[in-house]
Ligand binder design. Structure first.
Ligand code: HEC
Length: 137
């Protein structure tokens, strides 16, 4: 059984993590995001929502994928478009594998550049409409 799990990890790992330097992404998360989101993505109850096995659910609702780029913590960070794309990919695969759609495609630098420029005005209201559309257990 263990060997089977190891094989699965070896086979799926490289395909999923294509183009992502996990150490680089994790360092950026520590420097730019962890202060609010915590190292494990659990956030601060009452003020910063938990990312753990939750943030991937945004990918299944319309405009949710873009929201993860446009949310102020992402969009207003000093990270380059390329580094932010890498970080978001790492975040989803590291902190929120549960709920990650099977057809998830990696964020790209170009996508981040385009969506980041679309400023979100009322973040809380926008987020609430997305969460309301999620199929929560
Ligand atoms: C100053 C605190 C703070 C920092 C720093 C921060 N965030 Fe956030 N983040 C929040 C809060 C609060 C929310 C909830 C939405 C909102 O009000 O902006 C959030 C929401 C998010 C979400 C959407 C998840 C959800 O459930 O709403 C993502 C994705 C995200 N942040 C990514 C990042 C990334 C990536 C970084 C680092 C580059 C970062 N954040 C830095 C406070 C922060």
């Amino acid at each position: 059984m263990r060997i089977l799990l190891l094989l699965i990890a070896l086979l799926s790992g490289p395909a999923l993590s294509q183009g992502i330097d996990s150490n680089h992404a994790q360092n950026n998360f520590m420097l730019h995001c962890q202060g609010c989101h915590k190292a494990d993505g659990s956030g601060l109850p009452g003020s910063v929502p938990s990312m753990k096995n939750f943030v991937s659910k945004f990918l299944s609702v319309p405009e949710g994928r873009e929201f993860l780029i446009r949310v102020p913590g992402s969009a207003n960070s000093s990270l380059s478009d390329k580094d932010l794309a890498e970080l978001l990919n790492w975040m989803l695969m590291e902190l929120s594998t549960e709920g990650l759609p099977d057809d998830f495609t990696l964020y790209t630098e170009v996508e981040v550049r385009q969506e980041r420029a679309r400023v979100l005005v009322d973040v809380a209201a926008f987020r609430a409409t997305l969460v309301a559309q999620m199929k929560l257990p």
